[in-house]
Design a protein around this ligand. Structure first.
Ligand SMILES: CC(C)(COP(=O)(O)OP(=O)(O)OC[C@H]1O[C@@H](n2cnc3c(N)ncnc32)[C@H](O)[C@@H]1OP(=O)(O)O)[C@@H](O)C(=O)NCCC(=O)NCCS
Length: 370
């Protein structure tokens, strides 16, 4: 069977059960993304696993321990994720693949990543959620997009979770909503936190209060989230940024989704972007210093550009403010003084690049977001 034939064979399993209505679909499609919701298995789970999973995924399925419910939600989530990615590749790249060729592999933090031999230049982002027999997946095509999705059921009986999930300001937002909408909006706010945690790739590991709901817009379903404390330490460049999460209710389920452009919030500038910024900043600072040549990456701050100690401190302060990240400039300047050596702009770029993700990253301990 040729590739397209086998693809049709695989995907026909999906078509045996039409994917369920999902209020995220029109929203996702307007952003060059795709969403899939599945409420039931299209066939018996082991048969489905045989037909849609790659060899590696099938081995994982076979060896999964724990409750059967967890195995089933994992499989349904994989099914929804593969279908969402398939839709994107077919619509935007005219690429038809078998379900097994679209692999969904968790990274070190559990965040699902799309893999496979076919990927070439394409590197779609995907996010998965499941609850009470429903699975939903959101996928986006462009490499600089990050996605997060969540679903929760209003049917599920819970003890009051609000005092732990929400701080006083967030409970104030809820108190401002009509009484009969409070339960639904509390769940929307919770789902918004989970969607942001997933889009950033570490879930809620920074703590529930580290994802602060700052605004809810009942008319549009939008919820604004800002990072605090431990989450900001993980993502310092999101200081002062508001992340917009779309939420919607469909029957007894609440959904949330976020797609954001990492470049737009400047998650993590590249080494080249840092160098460009430094060259521009130094060009501004030395404008009136009658320095004859253009400032180059090799230019030395003290002997060539004529920096004095105070100029260096002013520059370092400007860099910290620009990147909203404290860096050990005092130690750098002390080391330069002790060894009576100069500092090139290239070297300064390397220093900023190394310390931009905080002390753990400088010691090699933190994953970078690019
Ligand atoms: C990731 C997390 C938000 C998932 O929430 P949940 O309500 O348990 O489960 P959901 O159905 O909403 O989502 C599960 C999916 O999230 C995805 N996921 C797991 N870790 C993730 C991460 N770090 N980033 C993005 N997505 C992740 C997985 O695809 C998972 O499904 P799968 O294992 O079947 O592939 C949550 O488990 C979490 O924050 N974990 C990290 C730390 C932690 O355990 N904190 C306690 C929070 S109270």
């Amino acid at each position: 069977m040729n590739a397209i034939g086998s693809a049709l064979c695989d995907w026909s399993v999906m078509r045996e059960s039409s994917p369920a209505a999902c209020p995220l679909i029109p929203w996702a499609e307007s952003a060059r993304a795709a969403c899939c919701r599945l409420d039931a298995f299209p066939c018996e789970p082991d048969r489905l696993a045989d037909r849609i999973l790659s060899a590696g995924e099938r081995a994982h399925w076979m060896h999964m321990r724990g409750v059967e419910k967890r195995r089933r939600e994992w499989l349904l989530g994989r099914c929804a994720a593969k279908e969402a990615v398939r839709g994107l590749l077919e619509t935007h790249l005219d690429l038809r693949l078998s379900a097994a060729a679209i692999e969904i592999v968790p990274d070190a933090y559990g965040c699902p990543r799309v893999a496979g031999q076919w990927t070439g230049g394409a590197s779609p982002a995907v996010s998965i959620a499941h609850c009470d027999g429903t699975a939903v997946a959101l996928a986006a095509l462009d490499a600089d997009l990050a996605v997060g999705v969540d679903v929760e059921s209003l049917n599920r009986r819970r003890e009051d979770y609000e005092p732990i999930a929400f701080g006083p300001a967030e409970r104030g937002l809820l108190a401002g909503l009509p009484w009969d909408l409070r339960g639904e909006w509390a769940l929307r706010m919770w789902c918004a936190k989970e969607a942001v945690g997933k889009a950033l790739g570490r879930g809620l590991s920074a703590g529930l209060q580290a994802f602060q709901i700052t605004r809810v817009r009942a008319a549009t379903g939008m919820v604004e989230v800002e990072l605090r404390a431990a989450a900001l330490a993980q993502y310092p460049l999101l200081q002062g940024k508001s992340l917009s999460v779309y939420t919607a209710r469909e029957s007894n389920f609440v959904f949330s989704a976020i797609i954001y452009q990492q470049g737009a919030v400047r998650m993590r500038p590249s080494r080249q972007e840092i160098l460009d910024y430094l060259l521009q900043k130094l060009g501004e600072l030395t404008e009136d210093w009658d320095y004859p040549d253009p400032v180059r990456p090799e230019s030395l701050l003290f002997t060539e550009l004529g920096f004095e100690s105070l100029d260096a401190v002013v520059l370092c302060t400007a860099i910290q403010e620009h990147y909203q990240t404290p860096m050990p400039f005092a130690e750098l300047l002390a080391e330069i003084g002790q060894h009576q050596r100069d500092l090139s702009i290239n070297e300064l770029s390397d220093f900023v690049n190394t310390h931009l993700d905080g002390p753990a990253a400088a010691n090699g301990g933190t994953r970078r977001i690019q």
